[in-house]
Design a protein around this ligand. Structure first.
Ligand SMILES: Cc1ncc(COP(=O)(O)O)c(C=O)c1O
Length: 398
């Protein structure tokens, strides 16, 4: 029976893609008719290491035969293993981590920690930011479409322009608990932070005693050409938040804090039944093996350059529909002259899955496994759709 004919339905928060996925492997997914799609949607970027990456699958399968349920109150071998592997990739000075299940939950904990440790109640975030949809995370998420009807939020947030060093200097004062930064804005439109802005932000935080929370949920774990996207900016987070791809597509997220912050946190100040579940930790362990063993950051950098170069050529030939290429590494987008929704739908019918960012950006979050042939196919299909684009097809001209 088709799920839509049943009386029980999933709340339609997500616009239906009208595509039934039956199988996925690597950079591809297949529909029920056996048709193959190049996946640049990857579950909002979660399958960046490729669908069912064998190292991740093997690690989870092994863990299932050992222990599947244990909270952080108990010691386990898998927790020791993950801590040891993570300590090799986290920024220096990070002395504590806590595992959760989603990016929003991790942002929520980062904010709770900033609130508790600084004793302050105000946050600063950026226009076009996206940090999730739980109430704390939503309070620092900019898009009014997600916020409407949910006020009041637990904490007051001031939204200032991204990449504006002067705005940062005047907004970050001694009443601010933390500033939340996406090193590359994902959902908001694939805008990378500039070095000058990031430096000014780090200095303003240090001067005011506010924490710098770097949200690497979308940009982190090798996608931009470095393990962490903030490494491009020469800044050091006080609190780092990661999620999406760290478990190779398995639901797991993480908050890492500087030692001096972690030392101030006490028993019962937070907790989560499934946070740090052994299967999730096994997924992270396998994920780190892939990240390091397969040189994911340098592959992302190289493949990102190739894909970006091809997309730029498409834009040059389709200036009636496209304005330019945005993003970095394998976090790329084409700025269109209209809403990308119809383009996304047409690309799906041609065998390419992608998603939207901001109001007018066609977003591509491919796995690091894409090859030259995939890159060629991706740019050819996008060109096919954009070159025949007529304004009357949909999307308001901008
Ligand atoms: C930068 C960033 N932070 C937080 C989140 C929220 O993550 P989740 O959807 O896993 O709750 C997202 C999700 O897209 C994100 O891109």
């Amino acid at each position: 029976m088709n799920a839509l004919e049943k009386s029980l339905r999933i709340i339609p928060f997500a616009k239906p893609r009208l595509l039934r996925l039956s199988r996925a492997y690597g950079q591809y997914v297949w529909d029920e008719a056996g048709r193959k799609y190049l996946d640049c949607h990857t579950g909002h970027g979660a399958a960046f290491l490729g669908h069912r990456n064998p190292k991740v699958v093997e690690s989870i399968k092994h863990q299932m035969d050992v222990i599947m349920t244990a909270t952080p109150a108990f010691q386990t071998d898998i927790a020791d293993e993950v801590l040891s592997k993570l300590s090799r990739i986290l920024p220096s000075g990070m002395g504590y981590v806590y595992f959760l299940n989603s990016g929003s939950e991790a942002v929520e904990l980062a904010m709770k920690i900033a609130r508790k440790v600084t004793g302050r109640k105000r946050f600063v975030a950026f226009r076009n930011s996206f940090h999730g949809r739980t109430m704390g995370a939503l309070s620092v998420t900019w898009n009014p479409r997600y916020r409407e009807g949910y006020e009041p939020f637990p904490w007051e947030t001031r939204f200032i322009p991204y990449n504006d060093a002067d705005a940062v200097t005047s907004a970050v004062d001694e009443s601010v608990a933390a500033v939340l930064l996406e090193p590359v804005q994902g959902e908001g439109g694939l805008t990378p932070a500039t070095q000058g802005f990031a430096r000014a932000l780090a200095e303003a935080c240090e001067g005011a005693g506010a924490f710098l929370i770097v949200d690497e949920v979308q940009a982190g774990f090798g996608r931009t050409g470095r393990v962490w996207a903030h490494e491009h900016l020469n800044i050091k987070p006080d609190i780092l938040v990661a999620g999406k791809s760290i478990g190779g597509g398995f639901p797991v997220s993480m908050v890492a804090v500087r030692s001096s912050i972690g030392e101030r946190l006490r028993e019962a100040e937070h907790g989560s039944t499934h946070g740090g579940n052994p299967l999730a930790l096994a997924a992270v362990s396998g994920g780190i093996d892939v990240l390091i063993g397969d040189s994911v950051p340098s592959k992302s950098s190289l493949l990102g350059e190739k894909l970006s170069a091809e997309l730029k050529k498409v834009v040059e030939r389709c200036t009636h529909a496209a304005r330019g290429v945005k993003g970095m590494g394998l976090m790329l987008g084409i700025e269109l002259r209209f809403s990308p929704e119809e383009v996304i739908r047409e690309l799906q019918t041609k065998g390419l899955l992608c998603l939207k960012a901001g109001a007018t950006v066609l977003r591509l979050l491919p796995p690091y496994l894409i090859n030259d042939e995939d890159i060629r196919l991706c740019s050819e299909l996008i060109e096919e759709v954009l070159s025949s684009w007529k304004p009357e097809k949909g999307g308001s001209g901008a």
